[in-house]
Design a protein. Structure first.
Length: 200
């Protein structure tokens, strides 16, 4: 088991599946969540098996939270906190005796999870200045899809708000100030990165 402390973005939902003799109907095999989210998976039709049935679970890319229960091999559900793209796999062990006419759990099933991390914190790269207009870049932010720039009061953003490239003009008579940037994606925003800049 991997143990990684992650600030959870609260997300809890259940995925299950049902099986009969003629067809199989599963919940979506692949889903997407943000890193730190917890997801609960359960097996349907276990009530038809009996209390001595064993169930085997394993996860790659996340931590099984209810591990003590799962370790005893009698858990019909599992909760996983995700930190990386991976899967949850279940296998039906011995002990399931289903009466005629009853639906049995599937022998095995695998759920795949696409995990999006929070964006990394960008660094501001100074590309030069001409006639009070600065050219800046945000670099090094993994998993970023947009950027939020903050400039001093009175400065004018010419272009690039929301992107990794910014053109900004200082206020009249003001030659220095602090510019900050955050990286964003669907899961949230990074910490701000700031840089004191001067432009004559």
């Amino acid at each position: 088991m991997h143990i990684r402390p992650i600030l959870a973005l609260a997300l809890m939902f259940s995925l299950g599946f049902a099986v009969d003799a003629s067809a199989q109907s599963y919940s979506p095999r692949t889903s997407s969540v943000c890193a730190g989210s917890t997801v609960t998976y359960f097996i349907e039709n276990t009530q038809n098996c009996g209390s001595n049935t064993q169930y085997s679970w394993n996860a790659d890319g996340g931590d099984i939270i209810n591990w003590s229960n799962v370790y005893l091999k009698h858990s019909t559900w599992v909760t996983v906190q995700w930190y990386d793209t991976g899967y949850v796999r279940y296998a039906l062990g011995p002990g399931c005796a289903v009466l005629p006419g009853q639906t049995a759990p599937a022998d095995s099933y695998t759920w795949y999870m696409n995990v999006t991390p929070l964006p990394g914190m960008p660094q501001i790269q100074y590309n030069g200045c001409s006639q009070r207009t600065l050219s800046l870049s945000a670099v090094g932010a993994t998993s970023a899809t947009s950027y939020t720039w903050t400039v001093p009061a009175g400065w004018t953003v010419n272009s690039g708000q929301g992107t990794s490239q910014l053109s900004v003009t200082t206020a009249e008579g003001q030659t220095s100030g602090t510019v900050c940037v955050q990286a964003n994606n669907v899961c949230g925003s990074s910490s701000s990165s700031c840089l004191q800049l001067s432009c004559c």
